[in-house]
Design a protein around this ligand. Sequence first.
Ligand SMILES: O=P(O)(O)OC[C@H]1O[C@H](O[C@H]2O[C@H](CO)[C@@H](O)[C@H](O)[C@H]2O)[C@H](O)[C@@H](O)[C@@H]1O
Length: 264
Amino acid sequence: MTARLPDPVLTDPEGTLLGLDFDGTLAPIVEDPQRAFIHPGSLAALCRLGSRLGQIAIITGRPLDQVRRLGRFEASGGLDHLVICGQYGAERWDASTGVISRPPQPESVAELERRLPRWLAEHDAEAVRLENKGLALALHTRGVAPGLLDELAGPLKALADELGLAIEPGRQVIELRAPGTNKGDALLGLVEQTQARQIVFAGDDLGDLPAFDAVDALRADGHWGHLVCSASVEQQALVPRSDLVLDGPDDVAAWLTELADALA
Ligand SMILES: O=P(O)(O)OC[C@H]1O[C@H](O[C@H]2O[C@H](CO)[C@@H](O)[C@H](O)[C@H]2O)[C@H](O)[C@@H](O)[C@@H]1O
């Protein structure tokens, strides 16, 4: 065993659930969210791990269809044990069955969609780039308006409260989204379904904290858990919570490759 590869996973891969965030963990952060493709090293390693680990789950704030496209999973073999939980667990795609579950857009998000262009104009925030995810609208400032989100955070929280939406802050983004799901509940649901004995989760941003909390709760309940941070200068909140700190998506790809090699 090396420090990067935990023994319980190496000795019982079939009993292991590997949960992974997408942006900033499997995919490098880029300016255009539509161009954030999975790191090729991570994709290759996941294809090898797919037949060795009991379950691989990508648990992401992204909509399912985006992650399926940016992850290039369907063009790749060996991923029968992959599940994608999109939009913080509200959507799900199971590679083994092809079954998709996806709730309809709530009226509160439709109302936000109607109001937001005018709201941004009234707040001198037209520079913000909007990403419409169906169950959420994300306001991005990467490359266009650094610092603007700090000013908008309070008014956006008031708007979210008025519409009954949840606020999800992230790396140069704030989302207003349908409430009721989070990455922690998505992970706990998968543990119950798969009866996994070892749970590993890797993430990079604030939206991953509920999954970190879930792993801590599972550990308190007798499971073996391992928390991995894909670190960045931009977001360090996960570092003190993590058992292993990796140097961003390149290092995540190297770590997944080491794991695939060890289990080959
Ligand atoms: O849960 P995740 O898989 O980490 O998704 C969280 C959000 O990630 C995306 O935004 C982030 O990545 C973009 C592409 O690299 C980057 O431009 C942006 O600044 C980051 O915040 C995505 O666009 C959001 O919808 C996700 O919710």
